[in-house]
Design a protein around this ligand. Structure first.
Ligand code: GDP
Length: 328
């Protein structure tokens, strides 16, 4: 184990070795499964994944035994308890406690085995509720969090700090990336537990099929959100692992946002719903705007490719093909 950033060889951008062992923690989730698909397509042959029933990442001894057995050279930490605005505000203890335990166990075990490159994934909700828009990486820890997801955000902030501390104390060139709202194949389409985009796909598609006249969404429809297709996110992750080495987390997004009412209209159009939309203002709006400044990532040579409408169309197609066997 090395003992500090000053002692290590300077980082050089280079392709990762395609035949080395590469652990994707959370490889069945929305992000992890997209990262896995992308790594396979890029020719990686040493991919390692464990379902939560095979390996409970909250079990510290099991995590250490897994690392001792598999000795991964590279790691992406995409395992987390995630959920939409209602799940986050109803079960804050679960989001705080489970995520802290998963992160601390995986990062400690990865330090013990001097994992060469590691990417920790967070979320744009780590930034203060009233951060200037678009949100720059420097806004971290400059103000109060949005209360509907503060517990999840605090866990993710602790993860970023742990990565920075590991860089300082052990000199390992590990990094963090903060994606904006993600969507795509493999998402959770539950009406109560999911994020807005899969919930709306399901609600409008059900309404289009049943011929319902009205759809009722949550909140006022005025909050602004940025949506990134998860295949773009997966490509950005590999790009960062091969090109970026710095203590600051890196924002990953498209650089543009829409209102919830606008995304609802677009989804209604894509699924062919012709009725009316109403808004249930007893449900929370959450933070008024969440748009990431992606200039740091652009400076590293990566920008998103999948447009929102094209991404929505392929996600709706995937949803229809998998509607019977989804997590609902
Ligand atoms: P957030 O980005 O952390 O606020 O999380 P969400 O993706 O859960 O919600 C984004 C916005 O969409 C909020 O303003 C919600 O009120 C709104 N929204 C409208 N309808 C729904 C829905 O059916 N499910 C969810 N999760 N959000 C909805």
């Amino acid at each position: 184990m090395t003992s500090g950033t000053q002692d290590r060889e300077p980082f050089e951008a280079a392709p990762l070795d395609r035949s080395s062992s590469f652990y994707v923690a959370g490889h069945r989730g929305l992000v992890g499964s997209a990262i896995w698909r992308n790594l396979e397509a890029e020719g990686f042959t040493g991919l390692i994944g464990r379902t939560s029933s095979e390996l409970d990442l909250k079990d510290r001894d099991a995590v250490f035994a897994f690392f001792a057995e598999t000795k991964p050279r590279y790691v992406v930490l995409a395992a987390a308890k995630v959920g939409g605005i209602l799940a986050n505000s109803t079960y804050p203890v679960d989001f705080l406690s489970e995520n802290l335990r998963i992160q601390v166990n995986v990062l400690d075990a990865a330090v013990e085995h001097s994992v060469e490159r590691l990417l920790f994934l967070g979320s744009s909700c780590i930034y203060p509720r009233m951060a200037p828009q678009p949100i720059r990486e420097e806004s971290l820890l400059t103000g109060y969090l949005e209360p509907t997801n503060d517990a999840y955000a605090i866990a993710k902030i602790a993860g970023i700090l742990q990565i920075q501390a590991i860089r300082r104390q052990y000199g390992l060139p590990w990094i963090s990336a903060m994606p904006t709202n993600l969507y795509g194949p493999g998402d959770n389409f539950s009406l109560t537990g999911s994020h807005v985009l899969p919930a709306l796909i399901r609600r409008y598609d059900d309404a289009a099929k049943s011929g319902a006249a009205t759809v009722v969404n949550w909140g006022t429809g005025t909050p602004r959100r940025e949506f990134l297709h998860v295949d773009d996110m997966a490509a950005a992750c590999l790009h960062l692992l091969e090109n970026y080495d710095g203590p600051s987390q890196v924002n990953v997004g498209t650089g543009s946002d829409v209102t919830i009412a606008e995304i609802a209209d677009t989804i209604a159009g894509v699924v062919g719903f012709t009725g009316t939309t109403e808004w249930d203002i007893s449900k929370p709006d959450g933070t008024p705007q969440k748009l990431l400044d992606v200039s740091k990532l652009a400076g590293e040579g990566w920008t998103s490719r999948i447009g929102l409408e094209a991404g929505l169309r392929s996600t709706v197609k995937w949803y229809r093909e998998h509607a019977d066997d989804l997590r609902k």
